[in-house]
Design a binder for this molecule. Structure first.
Ligand code: MG
Length: 375
């Protein structure tokens, strides 16, 4: 899911490198039709699915000479992921849209390689309950969570003292509040270390991405957010670490290359021989760590606050952020204004302590409307 995005295309890089091991059953994309057509021709899946239904006809026409089935619409994506031939679903859609199909894939017992962190931010409790009930493994693709997961191999979770979640700090790490007031989307899209999609690059610049990752870590590893510490680590070589009850710290290091965690999620518990670039510690020289500045990056504090309040509040946080993030990318709001909109929306949205799936759907709609009124 999300085959034409940054994680999707890098997943296909991994598939391409191991043709004897991996094959593609279905490719699902939002609306990048040209890229989807090229992928379908190369990987010859059984099904291609495009979320934007207005692109169904042109997609059918472009693939008319192939035996592939063409489906369209978000309901079709939620169905395609349950097909019997599928072993693993790579969940790499952007934002809230990933929730429904991920739930369907879990119910169908598919192993989930999870890149779409918003799914856990919005409905972590439901997702984790479902995964336990259907014996569905959820393997992290997010580089930090892959690092934590790798550090926990062979360990007992009850012996975790602390999770050390690293953050690059993004392009505005050293900017003053005054400078941050006037930055544009183009400035924010220049990420120093990672090459990612537009939405997550903005989330990364505002540190909402790190706030989401704290929530993601809580659900994936069953650790309360008070035990998850964020460290700004500008070199992006230590991808995260775990501190244990005896004081030992285990970390996973490597080049900032998403193909590594993607490949590990697909090959776990094995490691595959790869020729992706290595991290050269001599040329890196020094690894540094700083405390995050919550005054300049209030989104991180808002994410902790959403988890402290619990219930549907992380869902409100996510919906308001999706609205603010898009507005910033379209030049309709300032960089710091994003946090104001999210905070106001969190204070105005109705609180539901024990939300059902339907409550999350309603909360998402309401919070988006409230956020729009906060511009
Ligand atoms: Mg990450």
């Amino acid at each position: 899911m999300g085959s034409t995005g940054s994680i999707g295309t890098q997943t296909l890089d991994v598939v391409r490198a191991y043709p004897d091991r991996y094959g593609v059953y279905a490719l699902c994309a939002h609306r990048s039709i040209d890229r989807l057509i090229a992928q379908a021709r190369e990987f010859k899946p059984e099904v291609v699915c495009i979320a934007d239904e207005s692109l169904y006809e042109p997609l059918c026409q472009a693939l008319a000479d192939m035996p592939v089935k063409v489906w369209a619409g978000s309901e079709a994506i939620a169905q395609v992921v349950t097909m019997p031939s599928i072993n693993v679903v790579v969940a790499a859609m952007v934002g809230y849209a990933g929730l429904k199909p991920t739930i369907e894939a879990i119910k169908a017992g598919k192993t989930i390689a999870l890149a779409n962190k918003e799914t856990l931010v919005v409905a972590g409790e439901i997702i984790c309950d479902l995964a336990i009930r259907h014996h569905t493994p959820i393997l992290p693709v997010d580089s930090e969570h892959s690092a934590i997961f790798q550090s926990l191999v062979g360990e007992d979770k009850s012996e975790i003292e602390k999770i050390l979640l690293t953050a690059s700090g993004g392009p505005f790490r050293t900017f003053s509040l005054d400078q941050m007031r006037t930055v544009t989307a183009a400035d924010a899209l220049k990420h120093p270390n990672w090459d990612m999609g537009a939405k997550i690059t903005i989330d990364s610049a505002s540190m909402m991405n790190k706030g989401f990752e704290v929530i993601e870590a809580k659900w994936l590893f069953g650790v309360p957010v008070e035990k998850i510490q964020v460290l700004v680590h500008p070199q992006s070589i230590v991808h995260s670490a775990v501190q244990f009850t005896d004081g030992a710290i285990k970390a996973q290091l490597g080049a900032p290359d998403m193909r590594l965690p993607i490949q590990y999620a697909l090959s776990f518990p094995e490691r595959l021989q790869s020729d992706f670039p290595r991290a050269d510690l001599f040329s890196i020289g020094a690894l540094t760590f700083e405390e995050p500045d919550l005054a300049r990056f209030p989104n991180l504090a808002l994410a902790y606050e959403a988890m402290r309040r619990g219930g549907n509040m992380p869902c409100v946080l996510n919906a308001a952020n999706e609205v603010a993030n898009l507005a910033f990318r379209e030049g309709r709001c300032g960089f710091l204004q994003m946090s104001d909109i999210i905070e106001k929306t969190m204070n105005q949205a109705a609180f539901i302590p024990k939300p059902s799936y339907e409550d999350y759907v309603a909360t998402d709609t309401d919070a988006r409307r409230i956020a729009q009124n906060n511009f």
